[in-house]
Design a protein around this ligand. Structure first.
Ligand code: NAI
Length: 699
């Protein structure tokens, strides 16, 4: 049982004990109802306290039970709360540290609540595309008032207990404990003070009204609509809270239940729940146990103070880890430092960073021109030019100077990490850390595991990634790793679509309507079309029979590299990022099409989206079967965090699962018939073909 029962004189205490956050799994729920039964049967007991052991009162549902029948097995949370309400002896919730979701709903079912200051209180279900399902939408407005409750429910954001206790007329907390330390004692004393109170107060009996009535809910609906397009749950929060003000309690509970159940089956909620689990799964590496010892990382060196080196450094400065940057020339260092300063100063100007914090961060940054100054760093990250010869020289120097046990990381985006490791006599200490630009902003970090990378190095860099607030995903060594290897196929499809009749704007619009932050051509302009050009030049040597559209090469020959040259697939006005279609580019595409003897056809948005997204899916299936990614959900995280895939679709693999792999394969077979496309590419990857044939999914 994951709840303890103890009697302290005349008060019974039920302590939830299901680490890490006392999730309300089946055994814990049973522990509560058993404890209540014991307390009610014991004549010596006058009142009951429910609290949580360790780091939470309760964080809500047990994620281990997510989506399984166990989550609903009786006593389910609704039944537990009913048992609490029906207890013949008063029940006091003693809440501390974290009181969220089902945890808060449980507390709201208790007759009284005492809280420590500093406790995080939330109903975060909306973040999983749901609404609270155990009375949260009906009880919270009754104790906090309609408006503050709705704000909490539709945002899902935690609010500190002491802030809530200050709301005028609030009935959420009957008493605030003086401190976290005194909560247990104060809860016992408070339980004694209410032991004889009859009738016992129930939140369900409190009135629930908004003085403006319908007008308020109309306003709330408009506000929510503007803020949460593509996500149905926030608007449903308004419906549920409105029901609390208009329906009898039990009817309102049924309304909440119906809404909850209908949201459970939406693609958006499935996607959000998938991401929630995928994020946690990404941090786990199958053959690196959670208790793998880690190396201490208290100082970092960064080689190269360019675009990436500067951004990478900021990540560490932001969390108080000192950084030493090395360059070949002083002026490169000066430029690097100036850029970091400028970035921080703009944050200060926007009020996002306090002046003293800025100064504190800059004081952690030092520079050098000499490798010998790096010898004490616990980890070094190389971000020099993308040339193997340059990397070789750098890693030989690092091997010479770095102390034993230091982690040697490369930010290379295309080069072979095993080769880089071989430049040292300690390949087990070498790992790829592929940050995305701008490195101080983008959440994604691909951790590239070399053939010889030590397990404790992997465990350490995953922990470091978490510390600097990145979503780390492990990739094996291959050209482009997970993300760029997939995006290459996506870009190739974009090219074929131009050849066959589309304009860049048409392709971008279609995929942006699907939900991508940016279509392939706007993205090319942002990243620099010359990067893809360089890769294609390499590819035509490596794979001379590879089919691809030459339009992007023609564009680059005109010097239209994108935003940095003010012109790419689109035109740009200095200082602005709006993409303005350019007639000459469209003409260039048409002429190229003519030279190939292609009669343009009208291509539907549906075909554009399918070809772009399924090209990602097919390449991802190959990545998965080669073991470059260890799970499909890791690939989803890469695309969601690094490439602007729409969150509400849960990543390419989750999306393909929802469409049905059978249907995905059918579409690929159709695309393979198109003589202007690449029939070989559209052969479904064996893993995909197998899963589709067996009616299975990636995730
Ligand atoms: P950059 O050209 O902005 O910066 C490179 C810096 O390294 C320059 O300041 C240069 O002076 C310095 N440098 C060159 N050789 C050096 C040496 N031997 N010793 C010390 N410093 C040296 O390049 P960027 O964009 O920062 O790229 C750096 C690395 O990051 C490359 O491997 C690149 O592939 C990778 N990368 C770049 C991304 C991007 O979007 N720019 C994204 C992800 C990875």
């Amino acid at each position: 049982m994951t709840a303890e029962y103890k009697v302290h004189g005349d008060i019974a205490v039920i302590t939830l004990n299901n680490p890490p956050v006392n999730g309300l799994g089946f055994a814990t729920r049973l522990g509560i109802t058993d404890g209540l039964a014991k307390a009610n049967a014991d004549v010596a007991v006058k009142a009951v306290v429910i609290t949580g052991a360790g780091k939470a009162f309760s964080g809500g549902a047990d994620i281990k039970e997510f989506g399984s029948p166990k989550a609903l097995q009786e006593p389910n949370l609704l039944s537990v709360i009913l048992a609490v309400e029906n207890s013949s002896k008063p029940v006091v919730a003693a809440v501390h540290t974290v009181c969220m979701g089902g945890g808060l709903e449980l507390a709201l079912g208790c007759h009284y609540r005492i809280a420590e200051p500093g406790c995080s209180v939330a109903l975060p279900e909306v973040k999983l595309g749901l609404i609270p399902g155990a009375g949260g939408t009906q009880r919270l407005p009754r104790v906090l008032g309609v408006e503050p409750a709705l704000n909490m429910i539709f945002s899902g954001e935690p609010i500190k207990s002491e802030m809530l206790a200050m709301l005028p007329g609030q009935k959420l907390f009957d008493k605030m404990a003086a401190s976290a330390e005194s909560l247990a004692e104060e809860a016992l004393a408070y339980a004694r003070s209410v032991a004889d109170a009859r009738p016992m107060p129930l939140v369900r009996n409190l009135p629930c009204k908004h003085p403006l009535g319908d007008a308020y809910f109309q306003f709330a609906r408009n506000m929510v609509k503007g803020m949460s397009k593509n996500f149905p749950a926030p608007a449903k929060c308004v419906d549920a809270v409105e029901a609390a003000t208009k329906q009898k309690f039990d009817v309102g509970m049924a309304t909440e239940r119906d809404i909850f159940a209908s949201l459970m089956f939406t693609a958006e909620s499935k996607a959000l729940r998938h991401i929630f689990m995928a994020e946690r799964a990404a941090s786990k590496i199958p053959d690196v146990p959670a208790d793998t010892p880690q190396r201490a990382i208290n100082s970092v060196a960064v080689i190269g103070a360019g675009t990436m080196g500067g951004g990478i450094s900021m990540n560490f400065l932001n969390v108080g880890i000192p950084v030493k940057m090395l360059e070949m020339k002083q002026d490169a260092l000066d430029r690097g430092i100036a850029t970091i300063r400028k970035n921080y100063e703009s944050q200060v100007k926007k009020g996002k960073l306090k002046q003293d914090k800025y100064e504190q961060r800059m004081s952690l940054l030092s520079t050098t021109l000499s490798y010998d100054d790096l010898k004490d760093a616990d980890m070094v990250i190389e971000a020099v030019f993308e040339e193997l010869g340059v990397k070789e020289a750098v890693f030989k120097e690092l091997d010479r100077v770095m102390k034993p046990g230091a982690i040697l990381a490369s930010n290379t985006s295309t080069l072979d990490v095993n080769k880089i490791a071989s430049f040292t006599k300690r390949p087990e200490d070498v790992v790829g850390l592929h940050f995305f630009s701008p490195a101080n902003v983008m959440k994604l970090l691909e951790v590239v595991r070399g053939a010889k990378t030590a397990k404790d190095v992997m465990a350490t860099v995953m922990a470091v990634a978490k510390k600097i607030k990145k979503t780390a995903v492990v990739s094996g060594v291959c050209d482009g790793f997970i993300g760029n290897r997939m995006v290459e196929q996506y870009g190739r499809q974009g090219g074929f679509l131009l050849d066959e009749g589309c304009t860049p704007a048409q392709v971008d619009k279609a995929i942006e309507k699907f939900g991508f932050a940016m279509g392939p051509f706007r993205m090319g302009d942002l990243a620099g079309n010359d990067i893809g050009w360089a890769i294609r030049k390499r590819r035509v040597v490596e794979k001379p029979d590879m089919k691809y559209s030459k339009t992007a090469d023609l564009l680059c020959e005109k010097g239209r590299f994108g935003q940095k040259t003010g012109a790419g697939w689109y035109d740009y006005v200095a200082g602005k990022r709006d993409a303005i279609p350019n007639e000459d580019v469209v003409k260039m595409i048409e002429e190229h099409r003519k030279s190939l003897g292609i009669t343009p056809r009208k291509i539907s948005d549906e075909e554009i989206v399918q070809r772009l997204v399924y090209s990602l899916v097919n390449e991802a299936a190959r990545i998965l079967e080669e073991g470059i990614a260890s799970k499909a959900s890791d690939i989803d995280m890469v695309y969601l965090m690094g490439y602007g895939f729409p969150i509400y679709r849960g990543g390419p693999m989750n999306y393909a699962d929802q469409v049905g792999l059978f249907n995905v394969v059918q579409a690929m077979n159709r695309f393979a018939q198109n003589p202007l496309d690449d029939a070989k590419f559209w052969q479904p990857a064996p893993l995909l073909a197998k899963l589709a044939a067996e009616g299975k999914t990636f995730n």
